[in-house]
Ligand binder design. Structure first.
Ligand SMILES: [Zn+2]
Length: 400
């Protein structure tokens, strides 16, 4: 166990602060009482040499559903989407040990170097604080309401959630998606978010079927809701777009849009003017559902804060955020590789309202990446920092 109060010195082959575009070589990082006090290229005799490794800001997985962490493989088939939703609902009902799944998910995340999880909470009695892992958790209570009665019940759910976790974790609200949340519940959610200063996350522009539901009250999702006797044709005004939801969500103190797979040019422009709003791209889940190309490059170029999530193991084989980085990195040029590293680290923390960087005065929390066989990193461009590095661990001397 590392004593977080003591002075710590580590020497590393490469260090990226998450702010500049420079990779420092042969650097020593000194921290005291959980705060970075010095970053130097001078020799420090007492430094522990990490060798051929790179230090980057801590990895952040800002969209996860840990309740599915006991699944051995994603629920399949992925399509049609409504079929997959049916499988997740059945799985949720059949799981009689959600607590164990949460613990598996936390342990898997910590082992793969994740330092922050944005978790969607769907049960009232779960414990997230059993592990002294140094992991930061931002818990978003999922809210669903398709009937006026269900909408009314959400108030008590929110009150109980805030009471239970307020003193232990960072909290937020998650109105699930346009096809499960009546517009008045979304409005209510945003009001609660303002009242209690909470971030909000919502699945938005995830599928073409969702756009069709909004625009014309038809399509696969509407058919599913009709079968469940939950569709109210008056619920969403015809011609509604994700932009209408973005306008409402922009009033919350902070918003994380899960997926944003089908956001239009106009919606991207809107988001570019709302720095408190972030998009959370889930690369391997996006590929699992065979969505059209994600516009994350355009979003980044427009100035939108794009972060990365794994989503749950219902649509992803694991919760390893570094694998998301490598998955995106395979097709990336060097400039994009640097952006991907930002998305997986500093952008995730920023999305959650808790910015980090590896700079003097910042918390002593970072991720160390190295090659499996500890060989040197052949750094000539940013892609080199993704491709050959497979072993990831996170050091947190600052505490969650
Ligand atoms: Zn999700």
């Amino acid at each position: 166990m590392i004593d977080s109060n003591s002075r710590q010195c580590v020497k590393v082959a490469y260090l990226w602060d998450g702010v500049s575009s420079t990779l420092l070589e042969d650097v020593t990082l000194i921290s005291q009482q959980g705060i970075i006090t010095e970053i130097t290229t001078s020799q420090v005799a007492e430094a522990i040499d990490l060798g051929n490794a790179a230090i980057i800001p801590p990895l952040a997985n800002v969209h996860a559903h840990l309740e599915f962490s006991d699944l051995k493989q994603p629920l399949s088939p992925a399509l049609p989407f409504t079929n997959w939703i049916g499988k997740t609902i059945a799985r949720r009902r059949a799981n009689d040990n959600v607590q164990q799944a949460i613990e598996l998910g936390i342990s898997e995340s910590v082992k793969s170097g994740v330092a922050l999880i944005g978790e969607i909470v769907t049960h009232s009695q779960l414990e997230y604080g059993l592990h002294k892992t140094g992991l930061s958790l931002l818990l978003f209570r999922e809210l669903i309401g398709l009937t006026p009665q269900a909408v009314k019940e959400q108030k008590e759910i929110v009150a109980a959630f805030l009471k239970r976790y307020r003193d232990r974790h960072s909290l937020g609200l998650s109105p699930h998606a346009p096809y499960t949340v009546r517009p008045e519940l979304l409005q209510q959610c945003v009001q609660w978010a303002c009242e209690y200063t909470l971030p909000v996350t919502m699945h938005l522009a995830e599928t073409r079927a969702e756009l069709e539901l909004m625009k014309s009250g038809s399509g696969e999702l509407v058919e599913m809701l009709r079968r469940l006797d939950l569709w109210d044709s008056q619920m969403i005004e015809e011609g509604t777009k994700p932009l209408d939801y973005l306008r409402i969500l922009s009033q919350a103190p902070r918003t994380l849009l899960a997926h944003g797979n089908y956001l239009s040019e106009q919606e991207i422009q809107f988001l570019a003017g709302e720095p408190q709003m972030s998009v959370v791209y889930c690369p391997r889940t996006h590929a699992f559902f065979k969505h059209e190309n994600h516009r994350w490059r355009e979003m980044v170029d427009s100035g939108i804060n794009v972060a990365i999530g794994t989503d749950g193991r219902g649509s992803n084989p694991d919760l390893n955020l570094w694998k998301e980085v490598q998955f995106l990195g395979e097709k990336a040029n060097s400039r994009e590789a640097e952006q991907i590293l930002r998305m997986a680290t500093v952008n995730g923390w920023r999305a959650c309202g808790d910015p980090v960087s590896i700079e003097v005065g910042q918390r002593a929390c970072w991720t160390v990446v190295r090659t499996q066989n500890d060989s040197s990193i052949p750094f000539t461009e940013w892609r080199d920092l993704i491709g050959p590095l497979t072993y990831v661990e996170t050091v947190n001397l600052a505490g969650p």
